[in-house]
Design a binder for this molecule. Structure first.
Ligand SMILES: Cc1cc2nc3c(=O)[nH]c(=O)nc-3n(C[C@H](O)[C@H](O)[C@H](O)COP(=O)(O)O)c2cc1C
Length: 153
């Protein structure tokens, strides 16, 4: 079995819709289980025990949500350099009003610190979450899940 962690924060539901679509895509791959967690509920064990992860955040004030940063703050010291984390595949999805690049860039920068491996382009949604965004999120989930299961990363 291959386990994909989806860790996200959402205040008004946009990022949650994206997270649900990523989870649906990942879970549609045979032999893949999905761990679906709000960032405030996720911790080191989730990070260590997954085979790949999808990180989702809204952009607040040009940055990731505080809860997503808090997840990184709580896990970084203990995770850094652990063999379970090195080169672990990850993808990102961001929901924003009109930008999103601040949140995205800061998440990717932190992931470099963990030595995670970005395996697919992020999904960045601006404004309302439309069906095209949900399809892209579904594909994002399918891609990381299928790649992890096949061991191609
Ligand atoms: C406190 C706050 C700060 C925000 N700051 C930004 C921002 O800097 N850039 C942006 O594009 N959108 C900003 N937005 C809009 C949100 O990113 C957008 O509504 C997003 O879809 C919210 O996702 P959520 O429903 O998952 O919480 C902000 C919204 C809030 C509530």
């Amino acid at each position: 079995m291959c386990n994909i962690l989806i860790v996200y924060h959402s205040q008004s539901g946009h990022t949650q819709k994206m997270a649900a679509a990523v989870a649906q895509g990942a879970g549609s791959i045979e032999g893949v289980t999905v761990t679906f967690k709000q960032a405030s509920e996720a911790g080191l064990d989730d990070l260590l025990n997954c085979d790949g992860l999808a990180i989702g955040s809204p952009e607040y004030f040009g940055y990731m949500a505080g809860m997503v940063k808090d997840f990184f703050d709580r896990t970084y010291d203990a995770a850094r350099g652990r063999k379970e984390v090195l080169k672990k595949p990850y993808v990102v999805f961001v929901s924003a009003g009109n930008d999103g690049t601040g949140a995205l860039n800061h998440i990717e920068r932190i992931c470099i610190g963990y030595q995670l491996k970005k395996v697919y382009d992020p999904v960045l949604a601006r404004g309302e979450i439309d069906s095209e965004t949900l399809i892209r999120c579904d594909e994002l989930g399918k891609t990381i899940a299928a790649g992890c299961k096949e061991g191609i990363y």
